[in-house]
Write a protein that binds this ligand. Structure first.
Ligand code: PT1
Length: 362
């Protein structure tokens, strides 16, 4: 059954953590964090028609939502519920995932990380800059990228994962769509599985991921990387992405992966044109209704080039920081970035300015 009501938290304000403030006037704490939302965009979908209205929390609590009452209160509860730790790392403040591409054709690191040592050194450098998670990927999934055979992918990432595991206690994620890579990576001691197909690409992925007992990152994509941006089709991209992620969370739960081990990501640039990407960015906070921590990856992506007329991916750092900050200010827990120290500096200043706290370390 298709969901017919969606709630998007809006009107974010800083909220002293743990203080018992009146929710109607001071806002509801988002996912146990020190950000609170003071309003809601109520979105009703009837087949092809979608109606949106923004209201204050007080009005939301006063109105009779009829047949939407239960789904609406479930969504509100999912937004409010504090998120658990991710392998010991608390998610009540923003976290940075640093990108380590172990591919000869990487879209912005351009094959610089040709060797295992270079990849490991790059990962450790990102950790020193403040990355909480190191995301290791051996198959490019950027638009137009071709499939990498499983043996090739394994030979790229396994030596890096093994060497890196010896050298760091930071969280390591494996960016893969393939069950054998997930299994081998788990064996090598990775902490998280990051699958841009939300465990749909490989028929064994759901079962294998469940067996590893690792947390999984489920990302929305429409189509395969090679052709996904040719002709993406949505009724309403923001809501269709929500429905997809909700379904994948159900599928995971059915396979034995509890919600406490799931992170959701709307997949910027995956089967999405510029207007789709912008709509998703602008509505990021909607996805808190999924009841799991959120991840956003917009770093150096094409939408930034399109918005600001920047041809070179390496020159899209300021725009990437803006995308990261805008999602963090909507409560997104993890940003996946190339430029860790720049992003960290931006988050630090944003936190200090918003919460008035110079010790607001991230
Ligand atoms: C992502 C992501 C990822 N992105 C997660 N994993 C990539 N969880 C790889 C472009 O438009 O957002 N979330 N793993 C990289 N993919 C792309 C897609 C790179 C689009 C570039 C573009 O330029």
């Amino acid at each position: 059954m298709r969901r017919s009501i969606y709630l998007r938290p809006i009107g974010f304000v800083p909220r002293p953590a743990g203080e018992d403030l009146d929710e109607t006037s001071m806002g509801v704490s988002l996912a146990g964090s020190n950000l609170a939302f003071t309003g809601l965009e109520v979105i009703e979908r009837y087949g092809k028609s979608v109606e949106r209205q923004c209201i204050a929390l007080s009005e939301f609590f006063e109105r009779d939502w009829g047949r939407h009452t239960m789904p609406a209160s479930d969504l509100l509860e999912a937004m409010r519920e504090p998120r658990g730790r991710l392998k010991g790392v608390s998610l009540d403040r923003p976290r940075i995932m640093g990108i380590v591409n172990v591919t000869p054709d990487s879209f912005s690191d351009g094959g610089k990380l040709g060797s295992v040592q270079a990849a490991v050194a790059h990962a450790l450098e990102l950790e020193a800059m403040g990355a909480d998670i190191l995301d290791i990927g051996g198959e490019s999934t950027r638009p137009g990228a071709a499939l990498v055979p499983v043996e090739e992918e394994l030979s790229r990432v396994l030596p890096v994962l093994k060497a890196l595991r010896e050298k760091t206690d930071a969280l390591i994620s494996i960016d893969t769509r393939k069950a054998p890579v997930m299994a081998a990576a788990a064996e090598a001691g990775v902490d998280i599985i990051n699958d841009v197909s939300a465990l749909t690409f490989d028929p064994d992925a759901l079962k294998v991921a469940a067996e590893t007992r690792l947390p999984v990152m489920l990302m929305h994509a429409q189509g395969d990387p090679e052709t996904m941006n040719d002709e993406p089709v949505y009724q309403d991209v923001v809501l269709d992405v929500f429905d997809f992620l909700e379904k994948r969370i159900f599928a995971c739960e059915a396979a034995g992966i509890p919600k406490s081990r799931i992170i959701a990501d709307p997949g910027i640039g995956f089967g999405k044109h510029l207007h789709h990407n912008i709509a998703v960015l602008a509505s990021m906070s909607l996805y808190h209704g999924l009841g799991v921590p959120l991840l956003l990856g917009a770093s150096r992506k094409k939408l930034i080039g399109q918005l600001c007329n920047v041809e070179l991916a390496t020159e899209r750092v300021p725009g990437s920081i803006a995308a990261a900050l805008s999602s963090i200010s909507q409560g997104v827990q993890i940003v996946r970035v190339h430029d860790v120290s720049e992003t960290k500096q931006a988050i630090c200043v944003w936190q200090a300015a918003l919460f008035g706290d110079e010790d607001a370390v991230i």
